[in-house]
Write a protein that binds this ligand. Sequence first.
Ligand code: HEC
Length: 640
Amino acid sequence: MKLSIGRVLTNALFAILFAGSGAAFALGGPGDDAAPTAAAAKATPDAQWPMYNKEYNGQRYSSLDQINTDNVGALREVCRVRVDKGVSFHSGPVVVNGVMYVTTDLITEAINPVTCDVVWKNIYTPDKPEHWFNNRGVAYADGRLFRGTGDDRVLALDAKTGRELWRVVAGDPAVEWFAAAPVVWHGMVFLGVAGAEWGIKGRIMAFDAKTGKRLWTFNLVPQGKEFGVETWKGDSWKTGGGGTWSTVTLDETTGELFIPVANAAADFDQSDRGHGSNLFTDSIVVLDARSGKLKWWYQATINDDKDRDIGAAPMLFTMADGREVVAAGSKDGYLHVVDRKSHKLLYKAAVTTISNNDARVTPEGVHVCPGTLGGVQWNGPAYDPQQKTIVIGAVDWCGTFKSEKMKYKYGDFYYGGTWQLDKTPGKGWINAFDADSGKLRWKFPVPSPVVSAITPTAGGIVFGGDMGGNLYALRSTDGEVLKTIQTGEPIAGGIVTYTIAGKQYVALESGNISRVPWGNAGIPSVIIYTVGEAPQPDAGPTAPLPSPDGDKQAEHAASTAHLVANVAHGKAIYNRICIACHGASGEGQSGPPLKGIGKRLNAEQLLSAIKNPKPPMPVLYPSVLTEQDVTDVAAFVGSR
Ligand code: HEC
């Protein structure tokens, strides 16, 4: 059997060979023996998955029906490829001209969507320390890919080779970064900054696809004398948060851009920002895409004190009576459906357990459902035109919020309080609502949180995934499970479907650590599925996950038997993986404080606490952390 590069070369080798170069390496591309042709990819209109949510309207519906209710039971893995070490992995794969593109914070990778072979890989070297470490993918147009970075750069890459074409600075990495997958339309690239929790000045921007030049900026929290600034007390608008986490939605006919806006800062204490509506936080903001001028907005949560972002892209559809509407899921646990003409809420439907949502957060604490990681996170409603349903995933996890008067400090979290999730592990839902009435058609209870994208198809199937690693194929008519596949790692990103050489595939991203407080960790991998015969014998049977031993051996060889601790590397690991639970300065969050732990535990005890953790501290070694990583992070933690 021919061995394919994608499966043989582990990412560690890439990292070792190429780290720091910021360059891209072509390893054979479209046109190679196994690679499908662009012509085949264009055979049916839905052969491709050209952007994060498939279409500008955000519906995610695929008209492909080769994989359907009759045969989905035979869905099987074709191949998988490991993309990175244990990092956040929840981008939405994009499939164009017979190539799939996925991202992590530093990696952009082109993958053969039939064989999992790596076509090229670009490892970005940040100019500045990254502010945060997640990325939700690329946008594609005219042979170019566009993406944001953790240090606030927007990049254009050559889609054939991964070579960087331009790079522009568009934010301040001390407080903010780009999480979303951009959208590109008529030569404009739309992308906004994330970082509400750091009290940023949230904004969305348009860049020239050719040059990277910034064309316009719209402040999602109004600044100076801009409209809406009066909804903020004093000059709290300067630190009001309200960035944007996700890709935008666009009506190509009207040129209206729909932006999901994050929460207000400080999150849990409004004393600085007063009791106004704090525009445009927790809203869908509608702009003219060409000029960046405000057209209208809908605010889901007014004067928020519970971190109720609209974190996912809105979705546009037309009701049976012809009304044009926009639907959005919120962390408040509701699906909001709004008339685009009157700008009025038509209906609101609960997608998860709701309780105490209207209670004000107090210093003593209030228990609320959803808690801060509940409701609808970064993947929103999809539309199934066959069933006339809105299908949407959700997290069911309650928690306690406490407020605390807090002074804003540049570069620090600006929570204005604390949050805690309930000890009982979170669960999830996949819901289908009648799109016209908002009446629940069916709901599927999921044993762990659902943050993956939801993908309805003409095959009568709704695909979804959970943080427990399960891929679900549900029957669109009633939510009955037709097939469950345990992928081995949490699913937190896109699930896409496409046709290559006349054959339909389903692909997903498995492995994610970005929601570390949920205790899930995994190796970022792209997995491809189909039914029936594989078209190329070379694709072979299910390829095993490249073992992390590749890493360990390589790094071990490099460092010999005595591992010399690299404290700076340990700090980098801490910031990526440990910070969410143990706090930025080791002060403790959901995990205990680690400050001064070097005095309490000796080096061996510290290594053991990380390698053989007591629950609920997640097991990170050896799946996510190598021997060297543990040595380095222990040295860093012990030195503080
Ligand atoms: C998902 C949250 C989470 C993540 C991520 C996490 N921890 Fe923990 N950690 C915990 C919890 C909870 C405990 C306490 C376990 C117990 O009850 O003893 C803990 C305990 C520890 C302890 C023992 C503390 C003591 O006082 O004995 C150390 C050391 C530690 N973690 C280091 C790390 C390091 C280093 C990382 C990153 C590589 C990390 N943790 C990542 C949640 C986490």
